[in-house]
Design a protein around this ligand. Structure first.
Ligand SMILES: [Zn+2]
Length: 201
């Protein structure tokens, strides 16, 4: 009874798992991701005097759980309000919505900070290349990245925007409009393709 209500219409885990395994290499999915959970309710985390609403676990990253459990891979948790992230294509189903968000979150888990695959020089190179793309005038325009204030400090704000920009690139590259994205943003698409390959080899 309550269980059904709490899941808020999320698709069955098996369906999501199958779809992800069909699309992604096991390296992208497993090397840097401990697991994926669909949370029934939004959650707020307090650090110091700041309150963070947990969305896709962008905020938590590896941190405490890695120390406790000796597993450096970050988990991904999806909350209901995560699914309201702007900029996604029109969604036919809840499964598509969840997959769309995971395309973004899996990008975070495989970025220069959270990846458990990339070497230190590779991490630096990835960050530099994504930053360069983000500072290019012909970059892919993500409403979410460009209009969100992530931090009052301008340096931290730039860093967060570059992080989110990378996740938005993976979201679109692996999304249902992949073909359109590759055609309209060849440089951004090539960047994702290049680093996806590196993770797999
Ligand atoms: Zn994000």
């Amino acid at each position: 009874m309550r269980q059904g209500v709490q899941r808020k219409g999320y698709p069955p885990n098996g369906q999501i798992k199958q779809e992800l395994e069909k699309k992604y290499s096991k390296f992208w999915l497993g090397n840097s991701v401990r697991g994926i959970s669909l949370q029934p309710k939004d959650s707020v985390m307090v650090i110091g005097d700041q309150r963070y609403q947990l969305l896709g676990l962008d905020v938590v990253k590896v941190g405490v759980s890695a120390l406790l459990e000796d597993d450096p891979r970050a988990p991904i948790a999806i909350y209901p309000s995560t699914l309201e992230m702007p900029g996604g294509p029109p969604m036919a189903s809840m499964k598509d919505k969840v997959t769309d968000v995971l395309n973004h979150e899996l990008g975070h888990n495989n970025d220069w900070d959270a990846s458990q695959t990339l070497s230190t020089p590779e991490r630096i190179m990835l960050l530099a290349e994504v930053t360069e793309r983000y500072l290019s005038s012909d970059r892919f325009f993500s409403q979410y990245v460009e209009s969100t204030t992530f931090d009052a400090d301008p340096h931290k704000q730039l860093y967060r925007r570059v992080s989110e920009y990378w996740a938005e690139l993976t979201r679109n590259y692996f999304g249902i409009n992949q073909e359109k994205f590759i055609k309209e943003h060849p440089e951004d698409a090539a960047l994702v393709a290049k680093w996806y390959e590196k993770v797999a080899h």
